[in-house]
Design a protein around this ligand. Structure first.
Ligand SMILES: *[C@@H]1O[C@H](CO)[C@@H](O)[C@H](O)[C@H]1NC(C)=O
Ligand SMILES: *[C@@H]1O[C@H](CO)[C@@H](O)[C@H](O)[C@H]1NC(C)=O
Ligand SMILES: *[C@@H]1O[C@H](CO)[C@@H](O)[C@H](O)[C@H]1NC(C)=O
Ligand SMILES: *[C@@H]1O[C@H](CO)[C@@H](O)[C@H](O)[C@H]1NC(C)=O
Ligand SMILES: *[C@@H]1O[C@H](CO)[C@@H](O)[C@H](O)[C@H]1NC(C)=O
Ligand SMILES: *[C@@H]1O[C@H](CO)[C@@H](O)[C@H](O)[C@H]1NC(C)=O
Ligand SMILES: *[C@@H]1O[C@H](CO)[C@@H](O)[C@H](O)[C@H]1NC(C)=O
Ligand SMILES: *[C@@H]1O[C@H](CO)[C@@H](O)[C@H](O)[C@H]1NC(C)=O
Length: 595
């Protein structure tokens, strides 16, 4: 089989709003940066509905919220921006009134600098009645511009005041190139579909020829998907070992998993220090390998003091803990060496700091380094919650996530040249509370972290029980799958055997039938993550073209008139257009001679 790779330039995304909406180009701007820049970028979307977004007309259209003063300032090369001085309250600073329309999604971005030090700045939209929407945060610094990228979903229609909040009132807040761009739900969905076509699919061109190299018209090309490239997974627990229905349900749907608890320290060394028992995780891993299911190792350590082995007392001396940490690390990482695709190395180290508190600020970085020494295969992940789910949670806000990951990657030890050689990943748990998720914020958070260039995974997708649970789960999965940086998704349902089922996908008491959230998974597997067998036909010149989901296919080319047939395997990758020559010959379906 000959495959010639041609470069395919994706045309620039541009689409029109549906009838009823204003006709305008509504490309979503995924660009963002975690770097603090000497010179900021221009306002995204030309500022959207913000007036005078780049302060070209001084402070026109801007008002001062609260106390203090706002004024225009000009850089040495003539750029104007706005500064808030004499602040006495956290929200004192520049403000602009904008009209929200219920149900629309608003993508926000702005560039912030402060006069001294480094502070968290939040963007908040306050309604006259005191309701407010939190749109995101960034860590602003002195001497350079930081990008605050966030967003809101309007839960009401009416005027709101855009404000910037920072608790340290002794610093001046500088702002430039502000943008607020509304999108309808339809437009948002269109961005998803456009991105899915662009990054999850690829055009494949076939040319069918006879053995003598003349082109063959009217041949039937049958394409059968063997494997999809995009990893969709689901967490499992030890019941998988002895419950056939659970096994079948799981293995027929998913290509990747993580074990709920069974690899955790408190599980493998449960009863007493030194009494390790890997019987269950060993068996679970074996089951996954037998079924071609990749396993994310979850986890080596968990930074939450609540989830340590019961025998690990809080009063343990640092020196002793250090030894135990090395022993645990060596034990579990060496045991599963070469068999895992990822490790969650130090789980939830933004919300918690059990190990940092006892072993020092570099504890996570050191453990990443040591893990890599023991096993170079898995991508080593940070993993935390609320980074893209809850804009108010400052502990795990995207800017702090980026800072921690930079700390880990830049950690240097002479003996191995430092952590920069480690393949690292960004794990976003994606555990949503009941109620309308803030998809504008979710996407902005992914944009921001994606700019670091590491693979992003949604690692524990969950939507808590509440109104529209199934719908919100579907929307979260669509949002994740359609983000160009997301390389895999693992769903984290409640165990179907649990009495308190918050998000069970199947009902074990009702013959393992799908629940409404289980229906969502099956619907999306059919719609997004698998392709049905497909027949296409070669034209006069023997050509045929089709757009396929990335993945592995079996291709059978038949020409009934001469009873000819050729069979080949095709891997559709994201890198290029796949161009496939097929020579048909013989009257039995044998693998192509060039295969
Ligand atoms: C804001 O964008 C303009 C270009 O539109 C640019 O000239 C200016 O320098 C930017 N602001 C900052 C603070 O870099
Ligand atoms: C507020 O910022 C100033 C300037 O960076 C700093 O000296 C001061 O410690 C900060 N105050 C607090 C409470 O963080
Ligand atoms: C300011 O402090 C309050 C109270 O601790 C906190 O809830 C809020 O998130 C802080 N705001 C910012 C922007 O850090
Ligand atoms: C058939 O045509 C292709 C493409 O034009 C060419 O690369 C190949 O060498 C030819 N094979 C034979 C056997 O002529
Ligand atoms: C299956 O395994 C689980 C966990 O090990 C156990 O609690 C349960 O009793 C087992 N069920 C059967 C039918 O053996
Ligand atoms: C290890 O765990 C398995 C599964 O729970 C159990 O059957 C076995 O007895 C345990 N082994 C020891 C030595 O405790
Ligand atoms: C953390 O590691 C860096 C090297 O990357 C080192 O310079 C620094 O002193 C370490 N900090 C602590 C608290 O050990
Ligand atoms: C494709 O064609 C084959 C015969 O070559 C036929 O058996 C099959 O049903 C067709 N599939 C579809 C999806 O049309």
């Amino acid at each position: 089989m000959k495959i010639t790779f041609l470069l395919w330039h994706p045309f620039f995304l541009l689409f029109l709003a549906n009838a009823g909406d204003t006709i305008q180009a509504l490309t979503y701007d995924y660009s963002a940066t975690t770097e603090c820049l000497k010179e900021a970028w221009k306002a995204q979307y030309g500022g959207g509905i913000i007036q005078n977004p780049e302060f070209d007309n001084g402070i026109e259209r801007w008002t001062n919220f609260g106390h203090g003063n706002i004024k225009e300032r000009i850089t040495s090369n003539g750029n104007k921006y706005i500064v808030a001085i004499n602040r006495t309250q956290p929200s004192d600073g520049p403000s602009q009134r904008v009209q929200l329309i219920k149900g629309k999604l608003y993508a926000f971005s702005a560039w912030i600098q402060i006069s001294e030090g480094s502070e968290i700045i939040a963007v908040k939209f306050r309604s006259p009645t005191g309701k407010f929407l939190h749109g995101g945060t960034v860590i602003a610094e002195q001497g350079c511009w930081s990008m605050l990228k966030g967003g809101i979903v309007a839960t009401f229609s009416g005027p709101v005041d855009l404000t910037f909040e920072t608790n340290n009132t002794s610093v001046e807040v500088w702002v430039d190139n502000v943008s607020l761009q509304p999108f309808t739900k339809k437009q948002w969905r269109l961005h998803q579909e456009t991105t899915i076509s662009k990054v999850r699919k690829q055009k494949v061109k076939f040319q069918v020829r006879n053995k003598d190299n003349t082109s063959l018209a009217g041949a039937t090309i049958t394409l059968k998907q063997i494997k999809s490239s995009f990893p969709i997974g689901c967490e499992i627990n030890e019941f998988i070992l002895n419950n056939t229905k659970y096994r079948n349900w799981f293995a027929s749907r998913f290509s990747v998993t993580a074990f709920g608890n069974e690899m955790k320290w408190y599980f493998t060394e449960k009863k007493a220090v030194g009494r390790e028992n890997y019987t269950i995780p060993d068996a679970m891993l074996q089951f996954c390998e037998q079924n071609n299911i990749d396993v994310r190792g979850h986890n080596i350590f968990w930074d939450d003091p609540k989830y340590q082995p019961t025998w690990l007392t809080t009063k343990i001396a640092s020196k002793k803990l250090k030894k135990l940490v090395e022993k645990r690390l060596k034990s579990v990482v060496s045991r599963y060496k070469g068999r895992l695709i990822h490790w969650d190395v130090m789980n939830e180290n933004l919300h918690f700091s059990y190990f940092e508190d006892k072993l020092g600020k570099n504890a996570s970085a050191e453990i990443f380094s040591r893990t890599y020494e023991l096993d170079q295969k898995p991508i080593l992940f940070m993993n935390d919650y609320n980074t893209i789910e809850v804009s108010e949670d400052e502990a795990s806000m995207p800017a702090k996530y980026a800072r921690k990951l930079k700390n880990i990657v830049s950690f240097y030890r002479e003996m191995n040249g430092g952590n920069k050689i480690i393949p690292v990943g960004i794990g976003l748990e994606s555990r949503f509370a009941p109620g309308q998720p803030n998809f504008a914020y979710m996407r902005a958070g992914m944009d921001y972290l994606a700019s670091m260039g590491f693979p992003v995974w949604l690692t524990e997708v969950f939507v808590d029980k509440g109104e529209n649970q199934a719908q919100y789960l579907e929307e979260v999965l669509r949002e994740g799958y359609s983000h160009p940086a997301v390389k895999g998704i693992v769903i984290w349902p409640t165990s179907p055997f649990s009495k308190k089922c918050k998000m069970c996908l199947i009902d074990v008491d009702k013959h393992y039938m799908n629940t409404p959230t289980g229906d969502v998974i099956d619907k999306l597997i059919a719609e997004l993550w698998s392709s049905k067998p497909l027949n296409i036909s070669s034209n006069e010149q023997g050509f045929s073209e089709v757009v396929l989901l990335l993945g592995d296919y079996e291709v059978i080319v038949k020409y009934p008139a001469t009873n000819s047939c050729t069979k080949l395997k095709l891997k559709v990758t994201e890198k290029s257009t796949n161009f496939v020559y097929v020579h048909v010959h013989g009257n039995v379906c044998v693998p192509n001679d060039n295969d």
